[in-house]
Structure formats: structure tokens, C-alpha cells
Write a protein that binds this ligand. Structure first.
Ligand code: HBI
Ligand code: FE
Length: 257
């Protein structure tokens, strides 16, 4: 995979120890700077569910201890954090989600990557993804997504399903009474795209449409040109509840032709 994490001590499910004592003071300082930068933006641009969840986490001062966060998370939604060396193969990833375990990368970016990082690091995974795991409906959707991922592998449809993850969990927007807000982790953890996705006139903001999402290509190294907007996590849950098999068949024929 050409990845930067240390996979040498990973278990069969790619779990590693977080080894919290090994983080250098400079790493906690960099994490604090990242947290402070986003803290100026989230009140204006993050969805209410994320705002509410981060308030209960006390995670601003240093890189969080995953075991302590998992203890809180388990009581709230039955989820827990599994420390990983970075991106892991689809099957391991989907299996963790299907068991209410969210993989969180243990390493932090370098100072020169303050504004952009290619692979998810602990700041992206923790700040972007973990708070919403405290929301029951979002967490239940992610659990279904994990089970759906294992099924998509059997149907050779992971490429289509990955687009759903991209345009929701990573780059999703939500309508609120105050206007559109971000819930995607890639947006919440981004220094520039968080304001851009809410207030820039350039990107398209389309109502969530499952088949349109699955037909939409995405870029991984620049701001998105298209965002999909849900009205609520209940809507996301409802619209992704059906069996995707017939959708995959329909879209695959379109992919081929
Ligand atoms: N691994 N650690 C980690 N985090 C991810 O978000 C992730 C992954 N492996 C695969 C993956 N995401 C996507 O390819 C799937 O959603 C399709
Ligand atoms: Fe992510």
C-alpha cells in the first residue's frame, strides 16, 4: 500500500497499541494547534450534532487516549475506537465497522503537513470522525455501512459503495435551520474546505440522491466540486436502508456502457 504507518506490529485485524506515552510533547503541541485552528471554524460551519458531541470530549489539550474515549463511546452508542497504523484493507475496515469499531490512525502528521495531508492521521480520524459516533442515528448508519461493505465486496461493488462513504461520512453536508452545515470528517478537519463547502459559490450542492451519489466520481487531492446535502441522519439512514444489489446491477451496466 506504500503507506507511512508502522504495520509491523499490527494484528490480523490491523489493530495496534496506541502507545500514548510515546507521543512527543511537540506532537501534542501540533495537535493542539490543529484543534485550535478548527475550533475557530466549527461554531460557524459544523452541524449541531458534531458541536454537541465535541463539547463532551475534553479533547483539546493533547492527543486523546483512545481507551478513555472508547469507555465513554461504548456507554453512548456501543462503539469503540480501534487503533490502527493508517489505512487498512477494505475487508478489515468493513469488518471493524460491522462490529461497531471505528479504526483511528495512531500517528500525527508532521508540522509541514499542517494544511494538507494525503493519508488520514489521528487528527483527521479523531476530530473528523469520532464525535459523530456519539450520535445514535449516525452511528447506526455507519454500522449498516460496514455490513454493506462486506456485501459489496462479495458483489464486486466496493467502488460504488466507496462513493457513498466519500459523499457522506467524508464530505457530507446537512441542511439546518441556520443554513447548510458540514458533517463530513474531511470537511470538519480541513483548514480551508470547511468554510469553502458552506459558503463558496463555486461547488454544486445537490440534494442527497443515492444513485446520483454512486454515479459521481470524486477527486481526493482538491476541494470537492460537488457536495450532497441531507436533511438529517434519519434521512441518510432511511435512504440507505434498502438492499443495494439491484442498484449495483443497474449502475454497473451504466459503468460498462
Ligand atoms: N482504512 N483506516 C482506514 N480508514 C478509512 O477510512 C478507510 C480504510 N480503508 C478502506 C477505506 N477507508 C475505504 O476504501 C472504504 O470506505 C471503501
Ligand atoms: Fe476519514
Amino acid at each position: 500500500m506504500g503507506l507511512r504507518g508502522d504495520y509491523s506490529r499490527a494484528g490480523a485485524d490491523f489493530r495496534v497499541e496506541q502507545d500514548w506515552g510515546a507521543y512527543a510533547p511537540e506532537e501534542h503541541a501540533l495537535y493542539r494547534r490543529l484543534f485550535e485552528r478548527q475550533s475557530k471554524l466549527v461554531p460557524r460551519y459544523a452541524c449541531p450534532e458534531w458541536i454537541e458531541a465535541i463539547a463532551g470530549l475534553d479533547a483539546a489539550q493533547e492527543i486523546p487516549r483512545f481507551d478513555l474515549i472508547s469507555k465513554k463511546l461504548r456507554t453512548r452508542t456501543g462503539w469503540e475506537i480501534v487503533p490502527v497504523p493508517g489505512l487498512i484493507p477494505d475487508e478489515a475496515f468493513f469488518t471493524h465497522l460491522a462490529n461497531r469499531r471505528f479504526p483511528v490512525t495512531v500517528w500525527l502528521r508532521k508540522p509541514e503537513e499542517f494544511d494538507y495531508i494525503v493519508e488520514p492521521d489521528v487528527f483527521h480520524d479523531f476530530f473528523g470522525h469520532v464525535p459523530l459516533l456519539f450520535d445514535r442515528t449516525y452511528a447506526d448508519h455507519l454500522h449498516e455501512y460496514g455490513k454493506g461493505g462486506l456485501k459489496a465486496m462479495r458483489l464486486d461493488a466496493v467502488k460504488l459503495l466507496a462513493r457513498l462513504y466519500w459523499f457522506t461520512i467524508e464530505f457530507g453536508l446537512m441542511n439546518t435551520p441556520q443554513g447548510v452545515r458540514a458533517y463530513g470528517a474531511g470537511l470538519l478537519s480541513s483548514g480551508g474546505e470547511l468554510a469553502y463547502c458552506v459558503e463558496d459559490a463555486r461547488p454544486r450542492r445537490l440534494p442527497f440522491d443515492l444513485e446520483r451519489v454512486m454515479c459521481t466520481e470524486y477527486q481526493i487531492d482538491r476541494y470537492q466540486e460537488t457536495y450532497f446535502v441531507i436533511d438529517s441522519f434519519e434521512q441518510l439512514m432511511r435512504e440507505t436502508a434498502p438492499d443495494f444489489t439491484p442498484i449495483y446491477a443497474r449502475l454497473r451496466s451504466s459503468l460498462v456502457s
